[in-house]
Design a protein around this ligand. Structure first.
Ligand code: BES
Ligand code: MN
Ligand code: ZN
Length: 497
């Protein structure tokens, strides 16, 4: 989708559809609504008088224009003005794209309106993200319905009449982030037989080439040389070789400590010998969502040319049962040199992350953040509306919480007190890979913490948020690309200093 800022008077804009947000109690006789009312021969006033448009968040009315100016105007209710924030703008822009789709239009214009307490740049960024995310669809493996072809909205112009610098830079930022999130969603959507570890690595390398990132990929032979035994233990039961993907963005000064982003790239999680039940197992193609988020965020960071060093790490493997697969009770090694008793082979994400986190910690990062569909228990704790964040540095956790609020990808802190570590004590090895049912997301993080060395580190558990089975405004069912916006916002804030 083409996304750009256009500095113009919305009244004279030549567009098939102009979307305008309306807050509760908005006055149709002032501002943009009054201007449009004149351009539409009083239609706005009549709509308000009819009571059909109260500005409530589900309200939606399409008006038709005459000569010159927008051919159609869709008024979209935003709810109470005190509650309108960047997320409301994101949803509004997404609904604008949905309206265009329904009307079979391939372009839309979205009027930008200032919000108290939100920078112009953030308003335009949110609108670009909302429109870009809404226009995404995964059609690679499905034939077109010839009688009812899908309408793709190819262009969204964000229109304002003030602060062109702030608005246009926000639009560029939002467009890059939306492209990154949509790349992640495409990778997430691809089934396990397409998106293998090798495929993920190939796609990362291709993306890196197109935006100017450095990419390095380790095969299993190289991993063995390095001593990545935990990662290799997961891939033993699979015919598909594991990969370790390293992406580097050198936007800062040489020698400046990098931010390290780590993502779980488990391309299919059958559970291994501790086999998962059949029902719903197909969803485990999404177990590479954290890795996809790192790849998408690295693309956005590179496109935006952020002046900071960032390294993305994606350990990628399948987790399948086989005669050679790791068995419950097996003791494995790790890059950090710690021995691990594998009690449950389905707790594999923490194993592949352990080696990646050790690798990352050796880069002496300014901070390291990982993102993973790690535990079912995070879904019990937080449902589908927040990722869990845990870490060894409260300032870093605070930065991620703030990035979550700003980006609309919220996260909520769970504690990581030392007491939880006892649940991982093993009679035979340095630690075991599961800590029982109590506090399952916390003991998973406590396991990861053992492998981060001295790094300031935080972990995001996205098992409840990486994909959705309910349609949301501007977000189709399926993969959400969650993590890309949050990571991008976190890195942007660091780059701004
Ligand atoms: N990939 C799963 C976690 C998951 C669950 C992701 C539901 C998305 C939705 C992970 O590898 C896993 O199997 N975790 C186990 C850990 C347990 C064996 C300690 C779990 O959560 O059941
Ligand atoms: Mn598992
Ligand atoms: Zn998994």
């Amino acid at each position: 989708m083409r996304l750009r800022y256009v500095d113009a008077d919305p009244r004279t804009l030549d567009t098939p559809l102009l979307a305008v947000g309306v807050t509760e109690g908005a006055d149709p006789s002032s501002g943009l609504l009054a201007d449009l009312d004149r351009a539409l021969g009083g239609a706005v006033q009549r709509t308000f008088a009819s009571g059909d448009m109260k500005g409530k968040s589900a309200d939606e009315t399409v008006l038709y224009g005459g000569e010159g100016g927008p051919a159609r105007v869709v008024l979209l209710g935003l709810g109470k003005s005190a509650k309108v924030d960047a997320e409301a703008v994101r949803r509004m822009a997404g609904r604008a794209v949905r309206t265009a789709e329904r009307l079979r239009l391939d372009a839309v214009a979205i009027a930008l309106d200032p919000i108290d307490g939100v920078a112009r740049e953030a308003v335009a960024q949110a609108a670009a993200e909302g429109a870009g995310l809404a226009a995404w669809r995964f059609m690679e493996l499905k034939a077109e319905d010839e009688d009812d072809p899908t309408v793709t909205v190819r262009a969204a112009d964000l229109v304002g009449n003030a602060d062109p610098d702030g608005y246009s830079s926000g639009a560029l930022t939002g467009a890059a982030i939306a492209r990154g999130a949509n790349l992640a969603r495409t990778l997430q959507s691809r089934p396990g037989n397409v998106a293998t570890p090798t495929h993920l690595a190939d796609e990362a390398v291709r993306m890196a080439g197109s935006v100017g990132l450095d990419a390095t990929v380790f095969d299993e032979e190289r991993m063995l040389e390095e001593g990545m035994h935990a990662l290799l233990s997961v891939s033993r039961g699979s015919e598909e070789e594991a990969r370790f993907i390293i992406l580097e963005h050198r936007g800062g000064a040489d020698g400046d400590a990098p931010l390290v982003l780590v993502g779980k790239g488990l391309t299919f999680d059958a559970g291994g010998i501790s086999l998962k039940p059949a029902s719903g197992m197909e969803e485990m193609k999404y177990d590479m969502s954290g890795g996809a988020a790192v790849i998408g965020a690295m693309q956005a960071i590179a496109e935006l040319g952020l002046k900071i060093n960032v390294v993305g790490l994606v350990p990628s493997s399948e987790n399948l049962p086989d005669g050679r697969a790791t068995k419950p009770g097996d003791v494995i090694g790790s890059l950090a040199g710690k021995s691990i008793e594998v009690i449950n082979t389905d707790a594999e994400g923490r194993l592949i992350l352990a080696d990646a986190l050790t690798w990352g910690s050796r880069l002496n990062p300014a901070a390291m953040v990982d993102c993973a569909t790690l535990t079912g228990s995070v879904v019990i704790a937080l449902g589908h509306h927040a990722a869990a964040v845990l870490g060894n540095d409260d300032d870093l956790v605070g930065e991620l919480r703030a990035a979550g609020e700003a980006s609309g990808e919220r996260c909520w802190q769970l504690p990581l007190w030392d007491e939880y570590r006892k649940q991982l004590d093993s009679p035979t090895a340095d630690l075991q890979n599961v800590g029982g049912r109590p506090g399952g997301s916390i003991t998973a993080a406590a396991f990861l913490k053992e492998f981060v060395g001295e790094a300031k580190w935080a972990h995001l558990d996205i098992a409840g948020t990486a994909y959705t089975d309910s349609e949301r405004p501007g977000m189709a069912k399926g993969p959400t690309g969650l993590g890309v916006r949050l990571f991008s916002e976190f890195v942007l804030a660091r780059a701004r200093g």
